[in-house]
Design a protein. Structure first.
Length: 350
């Protein structure tokens, strides 16, 4: 059997179209795919599941909880669970899995979903099975509220998903495997000369796991319907038209406003419209002429700023200055939009 490597990029998540139980559909994620930073998983068939983490520990340092060794152990454990679920689901014997590259964890870049789907796809292909990521993501515990991570793994681009019927997803999702990943409502390629300046401040990890579940439940229980109506109008009237027409400044302004309105829902649980220190960084970046719009991705602390190739160097300088303004160390990454899904490389066995 072959040696299979699956590589995928990070994703930004600007927020949800609706968190109010008063409407017929709940959630509806909006986000986009990035070419970098990346996650890469390699697998070969075996009689059991074994996992090694060969990724450069420094490549995931900003935002990771704990030291490099404990992070590698946690990731290896998670990947082993994804691989075992894949083998059980598809009736496969096992796999030797290696994590070659990994995304920063719990910073708002979708590391969990991308790693899960990369592992699933690599293990399936290494054993000669046909992977169906959208169908099987729920069994891996992914795609529960937002479908953006699954959609960007499949085909990249800028994505808005359809959300879930409110009667199915109320204050808590069903158990793993008992939901369907939200359908893609709209998907567009983004221009090749656009750039995303990522700012990853050194800060506590963003909400995830049970902490995220509790926070989302509390927000949904008291979500303001007027915000949902404003977000729906913003998406249809400004964000989607700017995406399909490839107009950077209107798109950046609309995406920033979409994120800011989402932050109003979370203000009580994250300490403001943006979680500290993201707010100071967003504010500083928004004042730069090199930036078309800025915001927080998911629960942060990652901050994004849209720019283009001509202004990318100035945007990086503005991002580094924004970290200084927030009195934080951290990393700045200039990323390209990714308009294709994860890549699969197959190396024949010898």
């Amino acid at each position: 059997m072959p040696r299979v490597t699956v590589t995928t990029g990070a994703r930004l998540h600007a927020g949800f179209r609706n968190l109010s139980l008063s409407l017929g559909r709940l959630y509806g994620g909006v986000g986009l795919a990035l070419a970098e930073p990346r996650a890469a998983v390699t697998a070969e068939t075996d009689s059991t599941v074994t996992v090694t983490d060969a990724a450069d520990a420094t490549g995931a340092r900003s935002g990771d909880s704990g030291d490099a060794a404990s992070t590698a152990d946690e990731i290896a454990g998670e990947v082993a669970e994804y691989a075992r679920r894949t083998c059980d689901l598809l009736g496969l014997p096992g796999a030797r899995v290696e994590v070659a590259e990994r995304l920063p964890r719990h910073v708002g870049l979708g590391s969990g979903t991308q790693l899960a789907l990369a592992t699933y796809t690599a293990v399936a292909r290494a054993n000669g099975a046909d992977p169906r990521p959208r169908e099987h993501a729920p069994v891996l515990g992914r795609g529960g509220r937002s479908g953006v991570g699954v959609a960007t793994f499949e085909s990249g681009g800028f994505v808005a998903d359809a959300g879930h019927p409110t009667e199915r997803f109320t204050t808590a999702p069903p158990a793993d495997g008992e939901w369907t990943v939200p359908a893609v409502l709209a998907r567009y390629d983004l221009p090749e000369d656009w750039r995303v300046c990522l700012v990853l401040p050194e800060a506590d990890p963003g909400r995830h796991g049970e902490d995220e579940e509790r926070s989302i439940r509390g927000v949904v229980e008291r979500a303001d319907l007027s915000l949902a109506e404003e977000l729906a109008s913003l998406l249809v009237d400004r964000l989607l038209p700017a995406a399909v027409e490839g107009r950077l400044d209107p798109f950046g302004a609309a995406l920033a406003e979409f994120g800011r309105l989402n932050g109003a829902w979370y203000a009580d649980v994250q300490g403001g419209v943006y979680r500290p220190p993201a707010g100071k960084i967003v504010e500083a970046l928004s004042g730069s002429s090199a930036v078309a719009g800025a915001g927080q991705s998911s629960w942060g602390p990652a901050v994004w700023a849209l720019t283009d190739a001509d202004r990318a160097a100035d945007a990086r300088t503005a991002a580094e200055a924004a970290l200084d303004t927030a009195d934080r160390s951290g990393r700045v990454i200039l990323a390209r939009p990714r308009n294709a899904g994860a890549t699969v490389e197959v190396e024949p066995s010898v």
